[in-house]
Design a protein around this ligand. Structure first.
Ligand SMILES: C[S@@+](CC[C@H](N)C(=O)[O-])C[C@H]1O[C@@H](n2cnc3c(N)ncnc32)[C@H](O)[C@@H]1O
Length: 839
């Protein structure tokens, strides 16, 4: 499309027509002469080009002189060598046409070969091409262009020029000099580079020995050497870093702990992990492992923006190396996956349709026949005609697993207890091929709308959608073949999707979640019929990775209902925990599956499959209390199963109190119940005398020591429970029951004796008039300490009366204010009426 040069002999062009462009633009001119073609004599060089040409000429002359001198000296000193080497060279088959020259020496030998070969091998066309290229370079490059490239082009072209002039001036016998000169030009090109970069200066000398090399090869060799150098430096640096790491100094002062930048934090994380990985040898001898871990935890919190609580939980779940992998993986979103709706289409057809729309995709893996990974798409995946037609749903890969574990069958009665927005429920329906009945339930009215929408879009017609609390479900409907409980959870497995999880979750959230999860799981089990001919299965899943919400909940259900764990049927995923910190779960919990972002490239997930073997609810569930050895904060649902707790309520202290340890003493319970209203009011009062409360707490701590024997008895009780056959799951023989009762009595007696000591201590406090008659158990006091909650029973009753007075006053004030307002309004109304009348 560019302008065409005119190389016709006459230089005349027959104008085809008066085009606009032709009028405006002149013919292109070429600054560099094209070999073999006549150049215009009035070629103008720029100032820079002239200067460079001068320089080059000077250089060439200098080198020529030097070479001549060298050649002479070589001839004088080592005349025989030259002959030998020339004979060696002549044997070289590669360059048979190279003329044997008398003045051949070691130095020119290096340069001759490539240049010679170039001359001999390259035909005129090639030369023209290269020259054209240089012309183009010249044309395109302006003076401000990169000097290096300019020099390259010019060097080559000028070398050619000078070669030509040499050829013209000197006769054939002086070919050797000519060649040497040409190669000098090449070397000059190399030298220029070396001038620019000192690093290469030594290397150029070495390069000169590579007589077989083309300039490009030489350059690549240089680059290689440079790379090697850099690698060496990097290695040295690494060694230095390692040496530094070994000298990690523990930050003693608080000020030292503070780091300036994220890079510093990262560096310290690495250092501390190195120390911890080889603690014996690398530790400073003063600080304990726990102290190092504390620093690491703080740094990880800063670096990955987690709160202290969650980071600690994660550190308890993963070994250090895996923890980092998890944290890193949680920073990145998982690949987008969709699930084919087999009610409407086949995966192959869907994939083809999407590919036609420019979607780059793949099957999600061998484990799923309906999953597709979408790498990239030119259209939003939630707005394609296929999506709107219900051919697929956007669903995380891990969300397909619980339904696969549930393995629904056609014509069954299945319940999805927490179904909204209906991803898994629609999957169940698809596997059932729209047969049988699917009950899709959710507590959340707004979210249930999404279920309706999705079912319509995807053509689900075998469903009944309900909106109620899952915990109440068994009282309305039972006898399901299978139940899926994809429970509400903290979402610690989907941090990549929802970064707020990192900072928003705390102990109370987890307590609230696992309380609800336990209740929901028990209800789910109660909904299933053990007599189902095809099923009798319950699948429990969460998108949390915390054992408190997973293994612990399932372990609890194993104790409370006649269920056992069975294989999930998922052939990947890591086994569930059997041991977690001080907890020992039922050994079959290893049949549950865990999925992690860093190992399975999907959201963190937990899946457990239970089989119900009897519809009888074990008596132990209603009679036994506090036998759950795992619970740090005992949930109250065992006795108050029927009491419906609002799921995920806003964080209020009243709710926290619900999670407080069970009080086993009936009197105490009555007390709490009796003063509920008063308590509510008292909770609003700011505690002025905090010292009092702290004193009480310290006293409670003392009771912990006294009640250790009490604990022992409890342990005995637990052991008794453990000794029972697993299959019976709580069916306790009469003998064992009586033994238990005896032990219980013992513990109660002991706790009473503890209470006596407490009373003595507490009586020393003047302002405490009436105290609890029975002391709280050691566990209780621990829990109070842990949750740092104020025992409102200890707040003076006076505060309550004061509050009542205040509230009365406030009410009065409000009433007065309202009266005033209404008066004003009336007055203003009268005033307006008067105005109107005047008008
Ligand atoms: C993890 S989501 C379920 C996701 C759903 N299974 C899916 O795949 O689309 C948990 C659901 O439980 C619901 N939920 C919370 N408390 C509930 C309760 N007490 N009874 C029933 N559903 C509840 C929430 O509204 C939420 O929609």
């Amino acid at each position: 499309m560019g302008r065409k040069a005119r190389f016709n002999k006459e230089g005349e062009v027959v104008k085809k027509g008066p085009g606009r462009k032709a009028k405006k633009q002149k013919d292109p001119s070429f600054l560099i002469p094209i070999p073999g073609k006549e150049t215009s004599p009035d070629k103008k060089l720029s100032r820079h080009q002239k200067l460079r040409a001068k320089k080059r000429q000077q250089k060439v002359q200098e080198r020529q002189q030097k070479q001549k001198l060298k050649q002479q000296s070589v001839k004088l000193t080592n005349g025989n060598n030259a002959v030998d080497e020339s004979s060696e060279e002549s044997d070289d088959d590669e360059f048979p046409l190279r003329p044997s020259t008398s003045g051949f020496s070691d130095e020119n030998k290096l340069w001759l070969k490539p240049k010679k070969r170039k001359h001999e091998e390259s035909d005129v066309e090639e030369e023209e091409e290269s020259d054209d290229a240089s012309e183009n370079d010249e044309e395109e490059s302006n003076e401000e262009q990169d000097e290096e490239s300019e020099v390259e082009g010019e060097d080559e072209s000028e070398a050619e020029d000078e070669d030509q002039s040499e050829v013209e001036d000197e006769d054939a016998s002086e070919n050797e000099d000519e060649d040497s000169l040409k190669v000098q030009k090449l070397s000059e090109f190399v030298d220029d580079d070396s001038d620019e970069n000192d690093e290469f200066s030594d290397e150029t000398d070495d390069d000169n020995n590579d007589d077989d090399m083309l300039p490009i090869e030489k350059q690549s060799k240089k680059l290689r050497k440079k790379q090697e150098k850099e690698d060496k430096l990097a290695e040295e640096e690494l060694q230095m870093n390692i040496a530094d790491q070994e000298k990690f100094i523990f930050p003693f002062m608080e000020a030292e702990k503070e780091v300036k930048s994220l890079q510093d934090v990262q560096q310290r994380i690495r250092e501390v992990i190195t120390v911890l990985s080889n603690f014996k040898t690398l530790r400073d001898g003063v600080h304990s492992r726990a102290e190092y871990l504390d620093i690491l935890k703080d740094d990880l919190c800063v670096y990955y923006s987690y709160n202290d609580f969650l980071m600690e939980k994660l550190m308890q779940i993963f070994p250090l190396s895996e923890l980092l992998e998890f944290l890193e993986a949680s920073e990145v979103q998982r690949p987008l996956t969709i699930r084919t709706n087999s009610l409407k289409t086949r995966r192959r057809d869907l994939a083809q349709a999407l590919i036609n729309r420019g979607v780059n995709l793949d099957p999600v893996g061998k484990w799923s026949k309906v999953g597709i990974v979408v790498y990239s798409s030119q259209v939003p995946m939630g707005a394609t005609p296929e999506y709107l037609a219900g051919h697929y749903i956007i669903q995380g890969a891990s969300s397909m697993l619980p339904v696969m574990a549930l393995a629904p069958q056609e014509n069954e009665r299945i319940l999805d207890m927490s179904a909204a927005p209906g991803g898994k429920a629609s999957h169940i329906s698809a596997i059932m091929k729209n047969t049988g009945i699917l009950f899709a339930n959710d507590l959340n009215k707004d979210r249930i709308k999404a279920v309706v929408g999705n079912f319509h879009r995807m053509g689900v017609v075998n469903s009944v959608i309900t909106c109620m609390d899952g915990r109440k479900y068994p009282s309305y409907m039972k006898g399901f073949d299978r139940v899926l409980l994809d429970a509400p959870c903290t979402g610690t497995g989907v941090v990549a999707k929802d970064q707020s999880v990192k900072t928003s979750k705390d102990e109370v959230d987890i307590q609230r979640c696992y309380n609800l999860q336990r209740q929901l799981l028990l209800a789910a089990i109660d909904c299933v019929s053990a007599k189902s001919s095809t099923g009798g299965y319950i699948v429990y899943s969460t998108c949390s990775i915390l054992p408190e919400e997973n293994e612990w909940v399932v372990d609890f259900a194993l104790k409370k209902r006649n269920v056992k764990l069975v294989e999930t049927g998922l052939d990947f995923g890591t086994d569930g925990f059997v041991n977690y910190r001080q907890h020992r779960f039922h050994p079959t919990l290893k049949l549950t599956k865990r999925f992690y972002p860093h190992t399975h490239n999907m959201d963190g997930f937990f899946v457990a499959k239970l089989k119900k073997f009897s519809d009888v609810i074990p008596k132990s569930d209603t009679t036994e209390e506090g036998e759950d050895e795992m619970s740090i904060v005992e949930p109250e649902e065992e006795k108050e199963e029927d009491k419906i707790e609002e799921p995920q309520p806003p964080r209020k202290k009243t709710k926290i109190d619900k999670n407080l340890p069970k009080t086993k003493n009936k009197d105490q319970k009555k007390k709490q119940g009796g003063t509920k209203e008063g308590k509510k009011e008292i909770k609003k009062v700011k505690v002025k005398d905090r010292e009092q409360v702290e004193e009480i707490r310290t006293n409670k701590n003392i009771t912990t020591a006294n009640s250790q024997s009490n604990k022992k008895n409890k342990d005995k009780l637990k052991n008794k429970n453990k000794q029972q056959p697993e299959s019976s799951n709580g069916k306790v023989s009469k003998k064992q029951n009586s033994e238990k009762k005896k032990l219980k009595q013992k513990t109660e007696n002991q706790s009473n004796s503890n209470s006596a000591t407490n009373k003595n201590i507490q009586s020393n406090i003047a302002h405490k008039k009436k105290k609890k008659k029975n002391s709280e158990s050691s566990e209780d006091s621990k829990q109070v300490q842990k949750s740092k909650k104020i025992d409102w029973m200890d707040v003076p009753v006076q505060a309550a009366s004061q509050l009542q007075k205040k509230m009365k006053k406030n009410k009065q004030k409000k009433q007065i204010g309202e009266l005033k307002k209404s008066k004003k309004q009336r007055n203003s109304g009268n005033f307006n009426k008067k105005k109107m009348k005047k008008r």
